[in-house]
Design a binder for this molecule. Structure first.
Ligand code: PEP
Ligand code: MN
Length: 356
């Protein structure tokens, strides 16, 4: 990993601050109380807020930038601001904001990201790129690529979850596997989790933060407000600096590698077991598809449709009931069954198309 703001210590990087800068007093008091936790590396505050509906509070605009400058002067904590166009970039640079971030509603738009990248040509400033609101890894990687091509050396990514209207538990469904795939494809880019926008509520912030640390994320970005219930944006998910400090104290930071022979040996042993089980799963899947193709042949000969809804319902109900006994997550079991069923249908379609 490269040196720089995203790796100033071996602990996770902590970014905190209000969703939005509201008044100078609010920004200064937040910064001072965050500083007292002794845990915060970077002060965040939204100055321009991309909101779903016009008429919502859309940020104080450029007049908030000197407040952040003053907050840094008083606390020594560097600052970060969301930018959504070239004008925002120029204004942040003129106020010496330390780090920029690109928000989820901007990452979706290659024109906007390219405009920001062009404004960053020849500038040496760290940039963080949030995932797009839709679960599209390629779009996220593409945005990072645009910023990299502009010559920015210090880039981090922020995982803030993905919009999903059916979701009730999270505000934005984490879909961890997308972030894990990001890590696999870009191991050199630090990945920061934003539990605030994933959760949209306070009671599960700690669980999501701990999960991110257990997945070896490089940092956390958490919204903090001096009077959360009165916040002008995202009130339900913000916590006071003191609550944040206590929460951070309670998180466990585990090592990603233990230089301890007995632990490594035990891990190796368990990993071999996982590899064996994965091999068996592939064999079983292959067997299942073979039977599905045989059934496809039978349906073809007897002119029966591939999809038999009644039968499919029976399979779902039977497997879900069994999986529940083992404590397997219902959501996982449904996704697994749908994936298998999709593939069975594909295989049967192939059989139907075949001449023989
Ligand atoms: C924010 O960080 O306040 C914000 C607007 O986040 P996102 O782009 O993730 O919605
Ligand atoms: Mn917010």
């Amino acid at each position: 990993m490269t040196e720089g703001i995203f790796h100033i210590k071996d602990q996770p990087l902590i970014i905190a601050g209000p969703c939005s800068a509201e008044t100078e007093e609010q920004v200064l008091e937040t910064a001072s109380r965050l500083q007292k936790t002794g845990k915060v590396d970077l002060l965040r505050a939204g100055i321009w807020k991309p909101r779903t509906s016009p008429g919502s509070f859309e940020g104080v605009g450029a007049k908030g930038l000197p407040w952040l400058v003053e907050a840094k002067k008083q606390t020594g904590i560097p600052t970060t601001v969301e930018v959504a166009n070239a004008k925002h970039v120029d204004l942040c640079l003129s106020f010496d904001i330390d780090v920029l971030w690109i928000g989820a509603r901007t990452t979706v738009n290659p024109f906007a990201v390219q405009e920001i990248a062009d404004a960053l040509q020849g500038v040496d400033i760290p940039v963080m790129v949030k995932n797009p609101i839709n679960p599209d890894l390629a779009l996220w990687l593409g945005s990072v690529e645009r910023i990299k091509k502009a010559g920015i050396k210090n880039i981090a990514a922020i995982h803030r979850g993905f919009s999903n209207l059916a979701e009730k538990y999270y505000r934005n469904r984490p879909q961890w596997q997308i972030a894990i795939e990001f890590m696999r494809q870009c191991p050199e880019i630090p990945l920061i989790c934003d539990p605030s926008h994933i959760c949209g509520r306070r009671d599960i912030l700690k669980d999501v933060s701990q999960k991110a640390l257990d997945l070896d994320y490089d940092g956390l970005m958490i919204e903090s407000h001096i009077t959360p219930d009165d916040a002008w944006s995202d009130a339900a998910q913000q916590i006071t600096p003191e609550v944040l400090g206590a929460m951070l104290d309670s998180l466990i930071v585990r090592e990603d590698y233990q230089d301890n022979a007995p632990i490594q040996t035990q891990l190796e042993y368990l990993r071999k077991e996982i590899d064996n089980i994965d091999d068996e799963l592939v064999d079983l899947l292959n067997n299942r598809m073979k039977v599905a193709r045989e059934i496809g042949q039978y349906k073809k000969e007897n002119n029966i449709t591939i999809l038999q809804s009644k039968r499919w319902n029976e399979i779902i109900n039977r497997v879900r009931a069994k999986a529940e006994n083992f404590g397997l997550g219902d959501d996982f079991v449904l996704r697994y069954l749908h994936a298998i069923h999709d593939e069975s249908i594909n295989q049967q379609e192939q059989v139907m198309k075949n001449e023989s």
